[in-house]
Design a protein. Sequence first.
Length: 314
Amino acid sequence: MVAEILPDTADEALVELLRRLGALGYDFVTPTPATHERVLKRAAMREARTLRDVFGWSLPFARELLRPDLLDLLERAGALAAEGDLHRSLLRVSRVAGLLFLHGAYPTDRPDSVFLGPDTWRFADFILAALAGIGAVGRIADMGAGTGAGGIVAGRARPGARVVLVDCNHAALRLARANAAAAGIAVETIAGDSLDAVPGPIDLVVANPPFIMDPGGPAYRDGGIMLGAKLSHDWALAAARRLEPGGHMLLYTGSAIVAGRDTLHEALEAALPPLGCALSYREIDPDIFGEQLDLPAYETVERIAAVGAIIARS
């Protein structure tokens, strides 16, 4: 039994949970949902035996498996669910860019699920690489922040900047605040679905919008028409209009490639110069989420590429 005074509020319990898992050396890297499903089936995993099983693989567990302080923190945070004689964590904890982040438990099929996966890894790496070529930043806005990983990583790389995390999902903003506090990053959170919710100047926008065409799926997946690229396109143009002179947007997203053409790239190349912005665009990974190609909506698509766009306001 750990004889420490535990936090009084649910949100403080989330922060303390991250800190204590970090102190225990906990580590987990979240794979794609398809890989997660395959691993559980292959290993015939039915009940948790380790911390990674509880907070990574989202397996049910017996109460006596967890230290009493961790169990108490889960209960205080409202993140513990009963499942017959067992219990299950409603949250996962995963590592990105050397930090632990809270996100939604597997499977992420709830309307308010908070997603983190390999795209978050690539997003964080893209931000850090792009910032090497960008000078001082006064204010950072993470649009569609989810776990807050983009804004938190950018804020760590630019310690003097003010960080704003924007998302329409209140569950996401709650976890983002906890993730930021555990990482030692001061943030402001705003509930909204566009940069219109953010008053004042913005020097840097980071964004990882949904990019799968899935109108019936959870909000974190559906990127709209243009084979899922519509939201990415719209957010890019909205950011271009809001950036301060000399400001940048770092957009990580996916683009469906049809007959060798990247229509998102083409659309941004046409739309950004009239807004006073230059575009640097590259493929980060040429082939992701290949299982989507089995769906009728993707019958003309040859691959989905992970792409990174740096938009610079002159």
